[in-house]
Ligand binder design. Structure first.
Ligand code: GLV
Ligand code: MN
Ligand code: MN
Length: 412
């Protein structure tokens, strides 16, 4: 039975981890950054070494084709991949695993000499982590990118997408040209670490994803009044930070009590202005993220939170503004892809279980244009989006072999 080379895959994982490596372990490699662009150049070299045909589309998505040099509806391709960008102070597997395992699978298939009926390609999607906007590359590829929004897309630190893309040699206004021809993708399957603890705790090596979460993000800006932090009596302050803190605690309870059983929420970005210990904060900005598998629930929670923010602001004699940032669509995975993964698992003698993905993935965009699915492997301690994110070498090898046999089935 055809099998991937685990040492080759491990050595590529270690090689990619050098780009943006942090002194204490882990990696920071945001899309379009110098570290990311060095990683892209390295990946293009590996694609060539693997005997695949490389190309890069207008949204910066990197492809390696086996039996094709571009996407064509006349010969729909089976796609696999993930992303090579990371969160700040992230781990070395979130994204990298799916790209490098996909590359390994295609190299193994090519070297195996039995060409599948359908062409195959591995892809690294741009800005999956959404520094400048959620799931950017796959959104463009699936025709879901709003061209009019590109000039205003920006990171939370203010860096504009147009500047970041131009700095990396891309024309941001052409990104929508990455839209794939209708019908050119036969199926999509992505290997990823679970990023949670369910598989490890259950002792199950493979997860077959059935649904992918929707994620909504909004900037919540409280406008109060800057004042001297020593001389202004406490009862006369209009402190924007305290309003933001009050809102965060109450919004957390609102999402937990009124959301679905899987609803979660987070405040990962907080800015206080002007930001001095001796000034009462005049402005406080939060990035409020909510997740749920039901788009209707997310919509309702967003409305309820907007009412809550107004109530909190009014009670403190200040004002609030809510600026929506992004909303991804929750997506079911295709039964055909789930079935192919399960058949691959039984051929390899590996137990599997169906799982919900509480992390967002490019596969949820692909689900709008083709049959899409995902394979999960256990994450050590359930840890992810942190520098010690890791999976055992055996778990990686098993996942890559499940991907290999799923791809062979889908491309047969
Ligand atoms: C992707 O990493 C996410 O934030 O879910
Ligand atoms: Mn990821
Ligand atoms: Mn991630």
């Amino acid at each position: 039975m055809l099998a991937v080379s685990s040492p080759r895959l491990q050595s590529r994982i270690a090689a990619l981890a050098r780009f943006g490596a942090l002194p204490g372990g882990g990696v920071t490699r945001s899309c379009w950054s110098p570290a990311h662009e060095q990683a892209r150049a390295w990946l293009l070299g590996e694609i060539k070494t693997a005997g695949l045909t490389p190309w890069v589309d207008a949204a910066g998505n990197v492809f390696g084709g086996l039996g094709l040099a571009s996407l064509d509806a006349a010969r729909p391709a089976v796609l696999t991949g993930s992303h090579i960008d990371t969160v700040p102070e992230g781990g070395i597997l979130d994204g990298a695993l799916g790209v490098l395992a996909g590359l390994e699978c295609l190299e193994t298939i090519r070297a195996g000499g039995q060409t599948p009926r359908k062409p195959l390609a591995v892809v690294a999607w741009s800005d999956e982590e959404g520094r400048y906007g959620s799931l950017f590359g796959s959104r463009a590829f699936c025709g879901r990118l709003d061209a009019a929004a590109i000039p205003t897309m920006a990171a939370v630190d203010g860096e504009r997408l147009v500047d970041a893309m131009r700095g990396a040699g891309f024309d941001p206004l052409r990104a929508p040209e990455a839209k794939a021809p209708a019908g050119s993708v036969e199926a999509y399957v992505e290997l990823h670490i679970e990023q949670g603890a369910r598989l490890e705790e259950a002792g199950i090596p493979i997860g077959v994803v059935d649904t992918i979460v929707g994620v909504r993000r909004a900037r919540v800006v409280f406008h109060g009044q800057a004042d001297h932090a020593g001389t202004t009596p406490m009862d006369r302050r209009r402190d924007a930070f305290l309003a933001a803190a009050d809102y965060a605690l109450k919004a957390r309870d609102l999402v937990v009590t009124r959301g679905g059983p899987r609803a979660v929420t987070n405040f990962g970005v907080v800015h206080v202005h002007p930001g001095a210990s001796n000034i009462v904060p005049g402005r406080a900005e939060l990035v409020h993220e909510m997740r749920d598998p039901d788009a209707g629930v997310l919509e309702r929670l967003a409305r309820d939170c907007a009412v809550l923010a107004e109530d909190v602001a009014r009670a403190r004699a200040i004002t609030v503004e809510i600026r929506p940032m992004s909303a991804t669509t929750p997506a079911p995975c295709a039964p055909r892809v789930q079935g192919a993964i399960e058949v691959a698992c039984s051929a390899l003698g590996l137990p599997q279980q169906r799982l919900y993905s509480a992390a967002g993935h490019d596969a949820q965009n692909l689900a709008a244009v083709t049959d899409a699915g995902m394979i999960f492997i256990p994450s050590r301690g359930g840890r992810s989006h942190r520098v010690d994110e890791m999976s055992d070498a055996d778990a990686i090898e098993r996942g890559a072999n499940v991907l290999l046999h799923t791809l062979l089935r889908l491309a047969a």
